[in-house]
Structure formats: C-alpha cells, structure tokens
Design a protein around this ligand. Sequence first.
Ligand code: PLP
Length: 419
Amino acid sequence: MNLNTQFLHGNFKCEDKTGATLAPIYQSSAFGKSSAEEIEKIFNNELPGFAYSRISNPTTFAFEQRIAYIEKGISSTATSSGMSAISMTFLNIVQSGDEIISTTSIFGGTLDLWSDLKKIKITVKFVDEITEENLSKVVSSKTKAVFAETIGNPKLNVTDIKKAADAAHKFNLPFILDNTAATPYLVTAIPLGADIVINSTSKYINGHSNSIGGIITDGGKFDWNNGNYPSLEKYKKYGKLVFSAALKNDTLRNYGACISPQNSFLNSIGLETLGLRMERHCENALRLAQCMENKPGIHSVNYPLLDTNPWHDIAKKQFGGKGGGIFTMRLYTKHRAFEFIDRLKYAIIITNIGDTKTLVVHPSSTIYAHSDNRTKEKAGVYDDMIRISVGIEDIDDLISDFTDALEYVNTKYGNEVSE
Ligand SMILES: *Cc1c(COP(=O)(O)O)cnc(C)c1O
C-alpha cells in the first residue's frame, strides 16, 4: 500500500456493526459489561474491551490503530495534547535523579517542560546535534533517553534520523523523536531507527486547527528490559510491548491525560487528507520561500529545500525531495517584522502551525517569550525573524500578498536596512 492509500485504508475497515465509513464518536465515559467476571478480565488485560474512556475508547482506539500502521510501529497511544504526549513518554521511563539528552533547537513548549522537570529532579542535558561525539560529552549512567525533533521548530534544522538513532543506540539509549513538523508524510521514522515517535496531532495530522491532541508510537525494537528502566519492570511479561503496556496501564491512565473521543474522530478525518494537504503545503512553502529569498529588504530566508540551506542535502534525501510547510525569514529589525506581519492580508497572526490557512508569528516575543537570549540564539530565534506556516491557498495569492506587504515595509522603512 502506498502512503496516500495507507492514510485512507491502512488498518481501517468500515465499522462491523453499521458500516460507518469512519469510526463513530463513542461519546461515552464508561462501557457497561454483562458480568463482573467480564469487567475483571478487561481490567486485567485478559480480555480486549472498553471499560472507561480515560483508559481507552473505541473512537480513540481506531485512530491509534491507524497511526500505528502508518508509522510502522507496534502500538500507538493517543493523548490530550502534543505536550502530554511528550510528558507521558518521559514520565513513563524516568524517575527522580535521571537524565535526558535533548537537542537545543526544539519547540518552546518542550523547552519549558524540560525546565519544569527540574522540580522532580530530572535533568535535561543539551547538545546542538545528536552525534556520537556530542553524546559522549554529556552521557552518564543516569541518562535514560535521547530526544530530538525531525525538523526543529523554528530553527528548521533537519535531524538525520538514522545517524541520530545510531548514535543513541551506541550508548544503549532509546531515540525519541518529535515528528510533528515533518509528519509521517515526509518521513516514517521507525524504520530509520527511531524508538518512539511523537506527533502533536493538533498540527498537520488534524490539519484544520479544530482540536488539540497528541500521539505516541512505539517502535517495539528498543530493549527496555536492560535493567535501566525500573518503572517498566512489572510489564516485562508484555515483551516487545513493555513500553506501551506501562504507558497505557500506568502512566497515561494515572496522570489522566486522555484524548476526548470527539478529538480522536476529528483527527481521523484529518488523517485521511494528510497526504493531499502536505503535498500542497510543501509546494507552496517552496515557491513562497524561493520568491522571497533574494528580495530587497529581506535579510535571509530559511527553508530546508533552498540550495543555500545548511540542511538541504539531508532534507532532500530524507524527505524524498519535499521540504515541509514551514519557513522563516528575517527582515533586519523587529519593527519591520511586526509591520510586515500586520500588513499581510491572508496570513492569520497566530502561534500555531499546520493549519490549512497560512499562519504567521514572531517567535521571539511569543513562543520564546520565556527564554533567555542564549536559549533563543541556540534555537535559531532572532528579533527580526518571523515564522510562516504556509497554507494550501492558491500560491499566486500568497505571493502577491507577501510581495505587497514587503513593498509597503520597504517604502516605509527603506533607509533603515543596512545590507
Ligand atoms: C505544537 C507542538 C508541540 C505541542 O503540541 P500541543 O498539541 O500544542 O500540545 C510539540 N512539538 C512540536 C514540534 C510542536 O510544534
């Protein structure tokens, strides 16, 4: 099955009972059973079934099955948000005193989570890029995992997944990857070596900005029974599924970060057009980035597929000639950037990515407002930079919108640009 066919048919058939063409919304908190014994068995994982929607729900289960198939994982677990997908993944495997290694150029919310983990004595050590050499400088006997994003948001640095996974495995550490900005459309990360793949479904998978959600996919290849993960020990009997068994039976169930059935339903709808939308997002982003690249009044444009981009080669190879739907550009000063944003007709001013509509934001004063200058610099956030999540509008409209806004800014502030 090719990818677009997988988005529609992978691990999905019309519902048995009714023939419904999408798993219906089972908007029920709990599910009644015919006997005390039956519910006992469901609670002890001796019988498949649904008992309570914090633990599992048929609509959510259908969505999880579809994602697991597409990601080539052995199990997926949906969560209330992308952030809870990240926090549940780590709370599933670490305990007080443990360490995590993360790259520096990642989503601002994840950086904030890394700070919060200090409260429970979990330390995050940073590397700019995941290489064996960089890891060897920060790894210790307490290290439990290595984390990166496929396309760092907003630096747009591209992780070489195979290389990073190989480096983590040299130290017997799992490689955990946030694939939100790339999506399984650009790359399926588990066959390249990622052990756990996380997506904020709020972005491209849902695709229409109508629900917050996250999903964790377990690759099933990492040896969690190597003595390094005491919290997983009681799930040893589940073999390859040990990580997911602990996640579903302990961590997610007890912290309670479940997704609502309604949101799982909306995500399943989104998933079906992921390929179509991504194709257009990528095409539009490339065209718009190319068009803005050498214009007067633009300091620089950052998009992985541009010839001048430091990640051009790996992006081209790893993403099959696509570059994703996001680019950033710098306009020399903050007030030029602000004026440009305000002048755009179609781009919505918003802290989000992955909508059908074009979105624009000034990361330094929003998503990175809580970060110091050094953190911002490491994450590729500059005062004159804007991030554009390119939508699926007609490209000619976007090009004329962006060109007009730039002309306006250049006319108003022309003499301030020092080239
Ligand atoms: C948005 C985002 C998240 C967080 O997802 P939410 O659904 O907003 O909680 C995590 N990682 C990346 C790369 C994101 O873009």
